[in-house]
Design a protein around this ligand. Structure first.
Ligand code: GLU
Length: 479
């Protein structure tokens, strides 16, 4: 039975790296009929927040990465860690350390000056019974350190990176429990992964140095060692570790930008893995079938926002109108467009003709708003070019024809426009450009007779009349 987990520390928003880890764990769990577990590593109360926990849960749900168990909270499990620390103490695999911060700092500085590397010098391991008793009597704060077996190598077979090895000598006697009784990450993580029967630890590559320590703990506590898979770093386009400088790192910022969660999930899947061939666009269901943990790349992944935008526009084109309507609603509400009056069928047709040219839900909302708002804004170049004397002259002629047209639809409005142009010895474009500007305020957009048809006679007439009153001086008041 496969059991995997993500174990975020709730100190901020759910970012790209965490979401990618969550996705890979999720895919691996689903394809193996296993369990995907959520554990909140909130051992540091000064940095952990309830809001961050909420944001993590919300982000995972938004991405449809539903967990099967949890969230477990490490802050509720302190007695368990204490119990295991005591076992290690009793067996001589761990010891109390009374060293003050000042002493440690001074030792480190001294080593630095002498250009020596430094790790904890086991000062407290060698205290005599008497010395210890004295320190206890004085109530000096103490931590519990793990006694690292330094005379051996620590080796593990990483699913992605292969065999990795480190000398025990290069691992210091790290802390298990701090003076205030809270566990350190490495200790709580091992106790929990073992008790939660995690079979595969799939996490970011920066944890490899922790994995060595954790393997020693598994062994000391007689726990079964899970498989490890360390996922590649995610870098920005400039080759530096992905950070705020590169743009949004929080998943929720992408939500606000109007990125579809299914597009983001698809893009995240490609940050370190690919199904091979040219296949780039696939659903979560397909990814579950295709994903291969052992095929995850060792090399760094590059986060490319333009690529994500491209992928999102592909998803926009391929989505059903109903899907997009559901997604775009909050963006319409944000624009104070009251939807109750609008009938859904009309919205769906507006979406149909606009989805090809909307890269995200924000753009779609802007494009929809043109049909719903009282006032539109006009492109300045467009007004100059197409609502000049000649353009207005043509619009006036067209207005008459459209006012008289009783059967007002896509075909008839096109037919009469072309006839009018023909009769007046002009090109249809001489009517179409001013008409597009009058109706949408823009130079480009969906096929014009689709627009005319969806807007309907009343609004088309109203907007043509409005455009006829526009001058270069007064148009800006409308903007
Ligand atoms: N709390 C750790 C982190 O957020 C978990 C790492 C792990 O998956 O073991 O990085």
């Amino acid at each position: 039975m496969v059991r995997v987990r993500i174990a975020p520390s709730p100190t901020g928003a759910i970012h790209i790296g965490l979401a990618r880890s969550a996705l890979y764990n999720f895919l691996f769990a689903r394809q193996n009929n296993g369990k995907f577990i959520l554990r909140i590593e909130d051992t540091d109360p000064s940095r952990s927040t309830r809001e961050s926990v909420e944001a993590i849960l919300e982000g995972l749900k938004w991405l449809s990465l539903y967990w099967d168990e949890g969230p477990y909270f490490q802050s509720q499990r302190f007695p368990i860690y204490k119990e295991y620390a005591e076992i290690l103490l009793k067996e001589g695999r761990a010891y109390y350390c009374y060293c003050s911060q000042e002493r440690l700092k001074a030792e480190k500085e001294k080593a630095l000056k002498e250009k020596r590397s430094w790790q904890y010098d086991r000062h407290c391991l060698y205290l005599s019974k008497k010395e210890k008793e004295k320190l206890e009597r004085e109530g000096v704060p103490k931590v519990i350190r793990f006694l690292v077996p330094s005379e051996r190598n620590i080796v593990f077979e990483d699913i992605i990176h292969g065999r990795i090895e480190k000398s025990g000598r290069d691992v210091e006697d790290f802390i298990l429990l701090r003076a205030d009784g809270t566990p350190t990450y490495n200790f709580a993580c091992v106790v929990d992964d073992a008790l939660m029967e995690i079979t595969h630890v799939i996490r970011a590559v920066e944890h490899i140095s922790n994995t060595f320590k954790q393997i020693l703990l598994y062994e000391a506590l007689n726990f079964k060692i899970p498989y490890f898979a360390h996922l590649p770093l995610i870098l920005g386009k400039d080759g530096k570790k992905l950070s705020k400088r590169h743009g949004a790192v929080s998943i929720m910022e992408y939500k606000k930008m109007g990125i579809l969660p299914e597009a983001l999930v698809n893009y995240l899947a490609l940050l370190g893995w690919s199904p091979g061939g040219d296949l780039e666009i696939f659903s979560l269901e397909e990814a579950i079938k295709l994903f291969k943990l052992e095929k995850v790349k060792k090399s760094n992944a590059i986060f490319d926002f333009q690529k994500l935008e491209w992928m999102n526009s592909e998803y926009m084109k391929r989505s059903t109108n109903e899907r997009l309507l559901m997604g775009v609603k909050p963006f319409l509400i944000e624009r104070n467009l009251s939807l109750d009056k609008e009938d859904e069928r009309r919205l769906l047709t507006i979406i149909e003709i606009n989805k090809e040219r909307s890269r995200n839900l924000n753009e779609l909302a802007d494009n929809i708003a043109i049909y719903l708002k009282e006032e539109i804004t006009y492109d300045e170049e467009g007004v100059k070019k197409f609502l000049d004397e000649k353009g207005k002259e043509n619009l006036k002629e067209l207005l008459k024809v459209y006012e008289d047209l009783t059967d007002f639809n896509k075909e008839t409005t096109e037919k009469v426009l072309r006839e009018l142009a023909n009769n007046l010895n002009k090109k249809p474009a001489e009517f179409i450009h001013p008409l597009r500007l009058a109706l949408t305020g823009k130079l480009v957009g969906p096929p014009i007779f689709d627009v005319v048809n969806v807007m309907g006679k009343e609004l088309v007439i109203k907007r043509i009349k409005k455009a006829l009153t526009l001058t270069l001086d007064n148009y800006s008041q409308n903007n």
